[in-house]
Design a protein around this ligand. Structure first.
Ligand code: G3P
Length: 231
């Protein structure tokens, strides 16, 4: 499963690129508003940082406006995937843009039927918003299960992008359910590697070895992160 970062903040994206765990980026107008730097500047930087897919969202709500924006966004980089809202106008724009080989991420998907329609029209990604369904008392992952089943039944090639991730549990759900991608906030990505027993176990290894007075197998120097290392 690919991992994307859901962010419009270049520093966050760079940290995860350096960690080597992300394959792409998703942004949206809400994230852009939170970025704290001009959105255009942020996106220009992000497109250079990440060779993988970067989803950029249109702001128009009518078909012609979406087409106009989508063509300009697609021209910003080979790795751009254009996000369109899953509305009637969005479906019309999807059909035309598919014909022009613009890759489209259909966003704000909340039902299996919406996912069925966008797959029929050849969307590159479908983005079900799981966390927002959970917020209103629905089990968001049920929609993911349904979409996976429908896409398997008919061998649709549209990739399922688990969006609106709120916790590491969502990432595990995405992987268990066979999603192609999960797009995660920076804070969730940071939590994926962490486990208290890993820290406890590592500390015990180092303490036990230091107490044993044994020579290490190789030369190593203590660091600020590892002050217990024996020089
Ligand atoms: O990728 C979609 C995501 O940005 C929505 O997340 O947390 O605003 O529901 P959220």
């Amino acid at each position: 499963m690919q991992l994307f970062i859901d962010s419009a903040i270049p520093e966050e994206v760079q940290k995860m690129v350096d960690l080597g765990i992300i394959d792409g980026v998703t942004t949206n107008p809400t994230l852009a508003a939170k970025a704290g730097i001009p959105y255009k500047e942020a996106v220009t930087k992000i497109l250079k940082m990440v060779p993988g897919d970067v989803s950029l969202e249109v702001l128009s709500t009518d078909k012609d406006g979406m087409l106009n924006e989508a063509r300009q966004l697609a021209a910003m980089g080979k790795n751009v995937v254009v996000k369109l809202p899953t509305t009637e106008e969005g479906l019309k724009a999807l059909k035309i843009l598919k014909g022009e080989e613009v890759r489209i991420n259909m966003t704000l998907v909340f039902s299996a039927n919406q996912a069925l329609l966008v797959a029929k029209l050849g969307a590159y990604f479908v983005s079900p918003f799981v966390g927002r369904l959970d917020d209103i008392g629905h089990t968001g992952t049920e929609v993911i299960e349904e979409i996976r089943q429908i896409y398997n039944n008919y061998a649709f090639e549209t990739k399922i992008l688990f969006a609106s991730v709120r916790s590491p549990l969502h990432v595990k759900d995405a992987a268990l359910m066979g999603c192609d991608i999960a797009t995660c906030p920076y804070e969730v990505l940071e939590k994926l590697v962490k486990h208290p027993l890993t820290d406890v176990g590592l500390s015990k290894f180092l303490d036990d070895f230091a107490k044993s007075g044994q020579e290490s197998l190789v030369n190593y120097a203590p660091t600020s992160q590892n002050p217990k290392s024996k020089p």
